[in-house]
Design a protein around this ligand. Structure first.
Ligand SMILES: [Zn+2]
Length: 354
């Protein structure tokens, strides 16, 4: 994908605005449809589609005013559309409206709440809620979990489960107000792994996140072995979870009680920058992030951080490709009819050890 050289702040440059709501407005329904089809099937060749029923790759018969196809394979004859068998199957909104929503979602650098989206584009809150979660599901299905290498920063952030504060402020023995740090039963740790670009000033180039019960050795060590290659230089803060890291990797720490960056330049700033953006999403947009859907939001922010220097159109196409991958929504079809995800998407060190 095209990564752009910057002069000044990237979001202020013309390339950052190469796909706006005005551009969507100018597109015909046919052009929008062609964009979706291109993102779904372009790797199979111009004008080719893949039948979601039998997998036949062909220029299938066009039916129904060009927005559906019928499979040519013998004995199949399945009629399908550009969203059949994807996260966006059974959409009620026109594709153009969905594209508008995707443009707004993509350009909202700190994320956007379903209620704001609903009011901006004029759809029901329930529709916006489910569609935004389907976009997040596409991002989750599309994530690259290949182990990171060279130079990686690791850190944990604590979310949800803040204990209700007393009416009167009570100082704990560490001089923090009671309730400042979440430690209730709903508390979870988001563990972030970020591979740092070899080019100075470019920040991180790839991010992997997981939700764990807590930031401790039991959870952080197996996750780190899974996501960090041998021979990597790993930067962390002085947390207990990272105590044994020097046995596996070249490990440098920065003690945050003392400094943000050591005299030798050791810092954890890219991991911190990830959490800064995630906290802005929680505080400014969604207001509440329960353990059940924490990975959905945490991974959304990982994606936003990773594509932050791509032009809008490239970001949008990346998102669209994830949503249009083969495989219907597992978690959001029938949500408002009461079909919900069974459990949390949380790392379980005991399950993976076997
Ligand atoms: Zn077929």
């Amino acid at each position: 994908m095209l990564r752009l050289e910057m002069a000044g702040h990237f979001l202020l440059s013309p390339t950052a605005r190469n796909f706006t709501l005005t551009d969507v407005e100018k597109l015909s329904e046919d052009q929008v449809h062609a964009l979706f089809a291109q993102q779904r099937w372009s790797k199979y060749g111009e004008g080719k589609q893949v039948c979601p029923e039998c997998g036949a790759v062909d220029s299938h018969y066009v039916v129904h005013r060009r927005h559906q196809w019928r499979c040519k394979a013998k004995g199949c004859a399945r009629t399908f559309s550009v969203t059949t068998g994807t996260k966006l199957q059974d959409h009620k909104l026109p594709l153009k409206k969905i594209l508008q929503i995707i443009v707004i979602y993509t350009t909202a650098v700190k994320g956007i709440s379903a209620s704001q989206m609903a009011r901006t584009v004029g759809v029901a809150y329930q529709t916006a809620f489910v569609l935004l979660h389907k976009l997040r599901e596409g991002l989750l299905n599309n994530r690259n979990l290949e182990p990171l290498e060279r130079h990686v920063e690791v850190d944990g952030g604590h979310f949800s489960g803040a204990v209700r504060k007393d009416r009167v402020k009570v100082l704990t023995k560490n001089n923090y107000y009671k309730g400042k740090f979440p430690d209730g039963p709903g508390h979870r740790a988001v563990i972030v792994f970020r591979q740092i670009s070899p080019i100075k000033g470019q920040g991180a180039e790839r991010t992997i996140v997981e939700v764990a019960f807590d930031e401790n050795r039991k959870h952080v060590e197996p996750l780190s072995r899974q996501y960090i290659q041998k021979g990597t230089v790993v930067h962390t803060d002085g947390g207990d979870a990272f105590l044994n890291f020097s046995r596996q990797w070249t490990h440098h720490t920065v003690i945050h009680k003392k400094e943000y960056c050591t005299a030798d330049g050791v810092n954890n700033n890219q991991a911190e920058s990830y959490f800064a953006r995630l906290r802005r999403l929680v505080r400014g947009q969604i207001h509440r992030m329960t353990p059940k859907y924490m990975l959905d939001y945490a991974n959304e922010i990982a994606w936003r951080e990773d594509v932050r220097r791509l032009e809008t159109r490239a970001q949008l196409c990346d998102l669209l490709r994830g949503c249009l991958k083969q495989g219907r929504s597992r978690w959001w079809r029938g949500y408002w009819q009461g079909v919900h995800r069974a459990g949390e998407l949380k790392f379980d060190p005991d399950a993976r050890a076997t």
